[in-house]
Structures are given as structure tokens and as C-alpha cells.
Design a protein around this ligand. Structure first.
Ligand SMILES: O=S(=O)([O-])[S-]
Length: 130
């Protein structure tokens, strides 16, 4: 590997803002903060969701953020703050770095992701765990 996942994660985490699940939970009712769930649809269905979070597949992220893109989603141009998360904090680290590089600001991600969120007993809309 020219650059492995660990190096990519280290580089991303050195440049982005990381918050604990508890810190992020303090923003849940903040109307100026949008939570962005980057997990795959099957994970969301199975494991549940953070109430009010927008689901964005990582594959479409750049195209939803960029206002020039035909796939742009206006909530990304709302001027609000963004809290990204995935299941464990890896995908969200890379996605947050990409979003930040694109100019989305402010954006941060949740350390340990949805797994840590649930383990901390924070609010969830339950999934259909099979
Ligand atoms: O990307 S991940 O931390 O959810 S495996």
C-alpha cells in the first residue's frame, strides 16, 4: 500500500474536530446543528438511528455537498453546523476530512460513532435488529 487506512485515518483525525458522544449529544436539540449518519442503509435499519439525523451514504457525500452538483442537497448549504458519524468512527473521520476540504464548515465527527453513542446510553430510535 502506498498509503494504508491507518495513515489515512491518522491524517484525517489530525485535521478534523473530534467530539465525544456525550459532547455531540449536547447538540442534539440544537436547531443549528445537523447530524449526518454515514452508515449503510442496512446498518441503519438493523441497528437504529440517532433521532433526527440525516442519512447520507458515503458514496454520495461529495455530490450532495457541492452546490454545483446535480445531486446537491440544500441542507448542506444551510450554513448550519454538522456532526458526522458512522458505526465506529472510521468512515466518518475520512468523510469529515473530505467535507472540510470541500469547504463545509463547521463540521466534526463523533469518536467511536454510533456504537459508542449507544454504549453511552444516548437517545436512539431503535432498529429492527435480526
Ligand atoms: O467506518 S466504521 O468505523 O463504522 S467501520
Amino acid at each position: 500500500m502506498k498509503k494504508g487506512y491507518r495513515e489515512l485515518l491518522d491524517e484525517a483525525n489530525a485535521e478534523i474536530e473530534v467530539v465525544s458522544p456525550e459532547e455531540a449529544a449536547g447538540l442534539l436539540d440544537d436547531e443549528d446543528t445537523i447530524f449526518v449518519d454515514l452508515r449503510d442503509p442496512r446498518e441503519v435499519e438493523r441497528d437504529g438511528r440517532v433521532p433526527g439525523a440525516k442519512h447520507v451514504t458515503r458514496g454520495m457525500l461529495e455530490f450532495w455537498i457541492d452546490p454545483e452538483s446535480p445531486y446537491h442537497k440544500p441542507f448542506f448549504a444551510s450554513g448550519k453546523s454538522f456532526v458526522f458519524f458512522c458505526a465506529g468512527g472510521w468512515r466518518s473521520a475520512l468523510a469529515t476530512k473530505t467535507a472540510q476540504d470541500m469547504g463545509l464548515s463547521p463540521v466534526k465527527h463523533i469518536l467511536g460513532g454510533y456504537t459508542a453513542w449507544k454504549a453511552a446510553g444516548l437517545p436512539v430510535d431503535p432498529g429492527e435488529k435480526k
